[in-house]
Design a binder for this molecule. Structure first.
Ligand code: 5RP
Length: 219
C-alpha cells in the first residue's frame, strides 16, 4: 500500500461524517483532493461545499459541486482537511500548501472538524515539519527577526509563493513545539502575522489515521 493509497483510504473514511442536505467544508492538498473525488460520488445528497483555497474551489467545480462563498455560511456541519503533522492529542501543523488562513477560518466555522492523514504524518512532538506562518508582505523581515530574537527557530522565506490572500509565507524550521496551544496563542499576537499553521486551539474533533493495517479514528 502506497502513501497515496493510504491518503485515499483516509479520505473515503471521512465520507461517513457527511450528512445529507448539509454544506461541507473542504480543505486543501493531496489528501483533501482525494476527499473531493469521494464527495463527488454523493454530490446529489449535499447542498454544496465551501472551499479553503482557489485550488480546491476549482477541483470542486470540475466535479460539478456547487461552491458556496464562506461569508454566506453561518456554520458548516463538517469540515474535512489533511495536515502536515498530527499528534495523538489532535494538535496539527498545517499550511504546507499555503492555504492555512482560509483553512483556519473553515475549521472555526465547522461544527465537526475531521482531519484525514496517512500514518507518516503522526509525530510525538510537532515541529519536524517547518511551521508555516502567513505574513503581510511588508512585515516579513520584522516577523523573521521576532522569531530569531524571541521565539527561536529558523525562518525561511517561501520564495516565489503568494497566498490566495496576497500574502507571503515564512516556514519556521527547527522548532520543537511542546506546548502547541501556548505557541499558537503567542503567535496570534505578533504584529504582521496573519495566521500561523498551528491548529491546536481549534483542534480537529476527529482524526482519521490511515495506515498499512487499516484505519484508526482518534477523538
Ligand atoms: C495545505 C495543508 C494540507 O492539508 C497539508 O499540507 C497536507 O497536504 P497533503 O494532504 O498534500 O499531504 O495544510 O495548506
Amino acid at each position: 500500500m502506497t502513501q497515496d493509497d493510504m491518503k485515499k483510504a483516509a479520505a473515503k473514511a471521512a465520507l461517513e461524517y457527511v450528512t445529507v442536505g448539509s454544506i461541507v467544508g473542504v480543505g486543501t492538498g493531496s489528501t483533501a483532493n482525494h476527499f473531493i473525488d469521494c464527495l463527488a460520488t454523493i454530490k446529489g445528497r449535499i447542498d454544496g461545499a465551501v472551499a479553503s483555497s482557489l485550488e480546491t474551489a476549482t477541483r470542486l467545480k470540475k466535479h460539478g459541486i456547487e461552491v458556496i462563498d464562506m461569508n454566506m455560511v453561518d456554520v458548516m456541519a463538517v469540515y474535512v482537511d489533511g495536515a502536515d503533522e498530527a499528534t495523538r492529542y489532535l494538535h496539527l501543523i498545517k499550511g504546507g500548501g499555503g492555504a492555512l488562513t482560509r483553512e483556519k477560518i473553515a475549521a472555526a466555522l465547522s461544527t465537526k472538524f475531521v482531519c484525514i492523514v496517512d500514518e507518516s504524518k503522526m509525530v510525538d512532538v510537532l515541529g519536524d515539519f517547518p511551521l508555516p506562518v502567513e505574513v503581510i508582505p511588508m512585515a516579513r523581515s520584522y516577523v523573521a527577526r521576532h522569531f530569531v530574537k524571541h521565539l527561536g527557530g529558523e525562518p525561511v522565506y517561501r520564495t516565489g509563493f503568494t497566498t490566495d490572500n496576497g500574502n507571503v509565507i515564512l516556514d519556521i524550521y527547527g522548532l520543537s513545539i511542546m506546548e502547541p496551544v501556548k505557541l499558537e496563542t503567542e503567535l496570534n499576537h505578533v504584529t504582521g502575522i496573519v495566521t500561523n499553521g498551528l491548529f491546536a486551539r481549534r483542534a480537529p474533533d476527529v482524526l482519521i489515521v490511515s495506515g498499512k493495517n487499516g484505519i484508526q479514528t482518534l477523538t
